[in-house]
Design a protein. Structure first.
Length: 228
């Protein structure tokens, strides 16, 4: 991430502070403290912030925690208890804290949902929300909010082979190379659950048309930390 921020031309623009979402979750307090929804203009928040891409799920009985007109005051003043957060949200907050970032944007908690909400106003800002994110955390293989970002696995299942050239080859020179399966990108990313969703396709399209507006609640063109 540090290399990305300091050396990549098109990534540095994510940290200008020219844009921040209407609302963010404050995550800078110690672990498992209440998580408050804050209005950025009111509190003078300039970022940086991370974002979360996640699947809400197909079962209407299993929905991510949402901010509504009814609980808005409670979520902003008292905050949300740690135990009330679904696993995707908890682990995304942990990643944000690990990166040293004090704010995270999660759609269901930063856009007021349901009757009287402001989805229609906020939807037109989604390309800005994700494009100006410090890092987008993608819960790539969780079918709903309960799956979480992390999986139990052994190191040998995920470590890539490494080859250090001795200089005898003009192609390999003295460089260190990573050896990966030919279908690594397709198998490890494009076949995950999140990439079956239409709004991810829209997000990829947005990367090619950075000035185009969007009416999706979820697009992302910022650097991503994929979690499987």
């Amino acid at each position: 991430m540090q290399k990305c921020v300091t050396e990549h031309k098109y990534c540095r623009r994510h940290h200008s502070g020219d844009f921040v979402p209407t609302r963010l979750l404050a995550i800078g307090l110690p672990d498992q403290s209440r998580i408050r929804v804050i209005e950025t203009k009111r509190h003078g928040i300039k970022g940086p912030y991370v974002t979360l891409s996640h699947c809400w799920g197909k079962d209407p009985l299993i929905k991510p925690l949402e901010i509504t007109v009814q609980n808005q005051k409670e979520f902003m003043e008292e905050g949300i208890t740690w135990d009330a957060l679904p696993e995707n949200f908890k682990q995304a907050i942990e990643v944000g804290r690990f990166l040293g970032i004090q704010h995270i944007w999660i759609d269901s908690l930063c856009i007021i949902q349901g009757p009287g909400g402001d989805f229609h106003a906020e939807a037109s800002l989604m390309h800005q929300v994700y494009r100006n994110s410090y890092c987008n955390i993608a819960a790539a293989d969780s079918p709903d909010c309960r799956g979480g970002l992390f999986r139990s696995r052994t190191a040998r299942d995920v470590l890539l082979a490494r080859y250090k050239a001795d200089g005898t080859s003009a192609i390999f020179e003295h460089k260190a190379w990573r050896v990966v399966p030919e279908d690594f990108w397709d198998a490890e990313l494009l076949h995950t659950i999140i990439y079956t969703r239409g709004w991810v396709f829209q997000g990829k399209s947005m990367a090619s048309h950075p000035q185009a507006p969007t009416h999706s609640a979820r697009t992302h063109t910022a650097p991503q930390a994929r979690a499987r």
